[in-house]
Design a protein around this ligand. Structure first.
Ligand code: ADP
Ligand code: MG
Length: 276
């Protein structure tokens, strides 16, 4: 056996790519009493470890459906999803899911809310507590550990929800329109923080958003879905040659010339028009 074959044993390959997402020919049909609704058709997409991908498309095109399939909450009618080479057939602790609504419990402190997932998963609570505190500090919430959610603004609540999602250390983080309930200033501020935290944690991220600007500034690749049934219409790798040394933070990226170019391309692709 060659040296190389020994080094790259299958186990090592699985380990090093445990946060790769492979979506293969996924279709999904919903069945209601009245009708069969095809939400997704033939979606194939590979997402590299540590990559940030956004999914954009008109309301009802199947973005949340695709995220639920990656999370293992829904099983596809056809096709398959693998995370780290393993089929996803049910929700698992490898996959963190953050939604628009923060689902914080009003009767638990910020720290206890953050520890909820670890508690459900019966983790070592001493370690989880240390990690939760460090994540809350990283998210700028270190001064609020023992406060209750009612004391927090919408943006602060989403920071706590992010810390909670990361406390169980998932390989992959799925975000479904996490900022859509926030006002526009808060959205801009929190986008920088969320990207910073997720990149420093080395997560693979899929962000669903209807906000073109968020997609361009927060992610490495924008995937545009067609109207229902959602298919992949196009994909755009996002790069900022005018800032060659590093990736701009989301807020900075909005001021770069590439931003406007990507924006108008994606606007045309989305084919937005007001109905009525
Ligand atoms: P998006 O997140 O892009 O707005 P969704 O994934 O929520 O879209 O929904 C895709 C399509 O599937 C929509 O037409 C929606 O009405 C339909 N749909 C979503 N959930 C269900 C369900 N549980 N039963 C039947 N139809 C559904
Ligand atoms: Mg949705």
């Amino acid at each position: 056996m060659s040296q190389q074959a020994v080094l790259a044993s299958p186990r090592d390959r699985v380990q090093s790519s445990r946060n790769r997402i492979e979506i293969e020919n996924v279709s999904l049909r919903y069945f209601t009493k009245q009708a069969e609704i095809q939400a997704l058709a033939g979606i194939s997409l590979d997402i590299e470890p540590g990559e940030f991908v956004s999914l954009i498309g008109q309301s009802g095109c199947g973005k949340s459906t695709l995220l639920s399939i990656i999370a293992g909450i829904l099983n596809p009618s056809e096709g398959s999803v693998r995370v780290g080479g393993k089929d996803v057939t049910a929700p698992s602790q490898r996959i963190g899911y953050m939604l628009q609504q923060d689902y914080l419990f009003e009767w638990r402190t910020i720290l206890d809310n953050t520890l909820l997932g670890a508690q459900i998963q019966k983790r070592d609570m001493k370690k989880a507590r240390a990690r939760a505190i460090s994540l809350l500090e990283k998210c700028g919430m270190g001064a609020f550990l023992h406060q209750y959610p009612r004391a927090l603004s919408g943006g602060m609540r989403q920071r706590v929800a992010l810390a909670r999602t990361l406390t169980t250390d998932p390989d992959v983080v799925l975000l479904d329109e996490p900022f859509s309930a926030l006002d526009s200033q808060t959205r801009l501020a929190i986008a920088d923080e969320v990207v910073d935290v997720l990149r420093s944690e080395g997560k693979t991220v899929v962000l669903v958003t209807h906000d073109i600007g968020e997609a361009i500034t927060m992610t490495d690749r924008v995937v545009v879905l067609s109207r229902r049934p959602g298919r992949i219409k196009s994909q755009h790798q996002i790069v900022f040659p005018s800032m060659p040394d590093r990736r701009p933070a989301p807020f900075e990226a909005r001021a770069l010339p590439e931003f406007n170019t990507y924006f108008s391309t994606l606007w045309d692709e989305l084919d937005v028009h007001v109905e009525g």
